[in-house]
Write a protein that binds this ligand. Structure first.
Ligand code: GLU
Length: 223
């Protein structure tokens, strides 16, 4: 059997807090206890929040805790891979431009499974310009199909969800040009060959959506 690959993927937007270190420790223990490769990925694509100093501090904090890793990557250096995924989704007709503001979305008044507001789908019928998604200007969303997605969690957490009903179509490219977390994390896990994900419960409500993106991009869903 080929070797399993685990990862820790912090967002370097400030000092490592106890929850971050706990998640790192659990991911590391999971990897080391099964002889898996353990990778560190700095998820720094949000240029409004992330800094190189915070990335350096994060690594120092992980080392302080006694953790080590077998490989390292930086999400902001993967732009070509993220754009290739957008190309694929655009070719399938799955993307549309969205100009809705946060207050418009909030006004629709439905809470989303992740604690934010469900996107009500106002721009759903819009199409990309003939010249392609790069010319759309503004945010792009992924048009989801209705239906339930089951994802298993070894800890027994219920991760099954109806992403369209519970979250609404997600942003995959932000209005400021940054790739959205959900797309980047799926592309990068596939690129890194990640086979197991251990992470904070705060991301439980995003797991089904990641499953949808993995299917749409033709990559495997990690355990
Ligand atoms: N970068 C994300 C965060 O710090 C975690 C990504 C993940 O584990 O999927 O919240």
């Amino acid at each position: 059997m080929s070797q399993e690959v685990c990862r820790f993927a912090p967002t370097p937007s400030g000092p490592a807090h106890p929850g971050t270190l706990l998640a790192a420790l659990l991911a590391w223990l999971d990897a080391r206890s099964r002889g898996a490769r353990f990778l560190l990925r700095m998820e720094d694509i949000d240029h409004t929040r992330c800094t190189q100093e915070a990335a350096a501090e994060m690594k120092a904090a992980l080392r302080w805790l006694g953790l080590d890793w077998d490989g390292e990557s930086v999400q902001s250096q993967r732009r070509n891979d993220h754009e290739a995924a957008l190309d694929r989704l655009a070719q399938e007709g799955a993307l549309y431009p969205c100009g809705c503001t946060r207050s418009e979305i909030r006004r629709a008044g439905t809470r989303a499974a992740d604690g934010g507001w469900r996107y009500p789908g106002c721009c759903r019928t819009r199409t990309l310009p003939e010249a392609g998604w790069r010319r759309a200007g503004g945010a792009l969303r992924l048009r989801l199909e209705p239906g339930r997605v089951e994802v298993s969690d070894e800890g027994g957490l219920e991760l099954g969800q109806e992403p369209l009903a519970e979250l609404g179509d997600p942003v995959v490219l932000r209005a400021d040009g940054a790739i959205a977390y959900h797309l980047a994390v799926v592309v990068d896990d596939a690129k890194d060959g990640v086979t197991r994900v251990v992470r904070g419960r705060d991301l439980a409500s995003a797991t089904a959506l990641h499953g949808v993106l993995q299917q749409r991009l033709g990559v495997a869903t990690p355990s």
